[in-house]
Design a protein around this ligand. Structure first.
Ligand code: ATP
Ligand code: MG
Length: 350
């Protein structure tokens, strides 16, 4: 959804349940360079299952993040995901221009699970088949009420949202600018967040479909907090591998592995649904991003349970940056957290 403005420096803002991530990228003829970046942890109760519980704290953290990274920032590209957004793939007769738009919107109105009055619709033509004279179109319907809550927060923080994308497309965009799409391998881009895991499937080197699973790092956080009787701050530390000396690592591993069962089931269901929809026997590999990719023992465990090779995404792979911007941390260590923000910042803002 394009809401105006034009620039070759774009600020991507990823407001997640666990933290806000900001990345500003300059587009130099298709080559990207990081101009600013930063993140702020949110209190664990500020956003719960996509519901905004503490908007003041989000606004405060947004303002302080912008103030400390690049105070001149005004225009931002944001994303939404989860239950406020529905994506659907349709095949219609090939058309162009206004005629295509009319046909797509007509189809969308027939299909949208929300009332058309209550949603903002957008679409993207994925593929045109000259042989059959058909085209595949991706429909995106965002619930207005859901969208407005986010837009109001951004505006109240003194920022101007110029594009609204979805997390899943931001992940895809971030993958496309950093890796060659392999037409031979069926790929699942899996972004494990705090409350949501976004899955995007690629087939024949192209986008196929996407699915959001309502499960993520919160389950692990809660399980560790309970098991080791830690406060929030120490629980964060334990997950970040900063408590190796003070907590039993075997017990930590057991706690993590047990608490992600539900997420794994969610992935299995999403994968088998995709396999029958796309008529493919296997998913060849998983590209893992989001904070979940950094949780100790998680990638190995998911890989062994699903029996699919996993590679951790590096969304900075093809991007120029000054390592000093990342202060004490090695950029590649936290890069998977930035997948959505990078994908948003690499959006064309016409
Ligand atoms: N450095 C780190 N090491 C290990 N785990 C981490 C690290 N940073 C974040 N995490 C974990 O990653 C998860 C959060 O991931 P992420 O930041 O991608 O979620 P989010 O975008 O805030 O949430 P959502 O997308 O669900 O709204 C949390 O469970 C957190 O504990
Ligand atoms: Mg996220």
């Amino acid at each position: 959804m394009l809401l105006g403005s034009k620039s070759n420096v774009v600020c991507g803002l990823d407001i997640g349940a666990s933290s806000i991530k900001m990345v500003k990228l300059e587009n130099k003829g298709g080559n990207y360079a990081v101009k600013a970046m930063g993140s702020r942890d949110l209190p664990v109760e500020a956003i719960v299952s996509e519901d905004i519980k503490d908007r003041d704290s989000i606004i405060f953290n947004l303002q302080s993040l912008i103030e400390q990274t690049d105070p001149k920032t005004r225009d931002v590209v944001i994303s939404i995901s989860g239950h406020g957004v529905i994506t659907d793939r349709i095949t219609i007769d090939k058309k162009t221009g206004a005629e295509a738009e009319q046909a797509i919107l007509f189809e969308a109105e027939q299909r949208s699970p929300f009332d058309v009055e209550d949603v903002t619709l957008d679409y993207h033509i994925i593929d045109v088949n000259e042989g059959t004279n058909k085209m595949d179109v991706l429909l995106v319907a965002a619930r207005n009420e859901f969208l407005k809550t986010y837009l109001d927060i951004i505006q109240d923080a003194g920022l101007k949202p110029v594009v609204v994308d979805t997390d899943a497309f931001a992940i895809l965009n971030s993958y496309e600018i950093n890796y060659e799409l392999d037409p031979e391998r069926v790929t699942a881009l899996v972004n494990i967040g705090y409350d949501i895991t976004n899955v995007t499937f690629l087939k024949d080197g192209k986008y196929h479909s996407t699915r959001d699973i309502s499960s993520g790092g919160r389950m692990i956080f809660d399980a560790i907090q309970k098991e080791f009787r830690l406060n929030q701050e120490l629980t964060h530390k334990a997950i970040r591998g900063e408590m190796e000396a003070s907590i039993d690592q075997d017990m930590l591993k057991a706690t993590i592995v047990t608490s992600i069962e539900e997420m794994i089931t969610g992935l299995e269901v999403a994968f088998s649904y995709f396999k029958s929809l796309a008529n493919v026997p296997n998913i060849d590999w998983i590209i893992l991003s989001g904070g979940g990719a950094l949780i100790p023992y998680l990638p190995e465990f998911v890989q062994s349970k699903l029996n699919i090779p996993i590679e951790i995404a590096n969304p900075l792979r093809n991007i120029e940056y000054d390592p000093d911007m990342f202060s004490q941390i090695q950029p590649e260590k936290i890069a998977p957290l930035l997948s959505v923000a990078i994908g948003l910042a690499a959006r064309k803002v016409r």
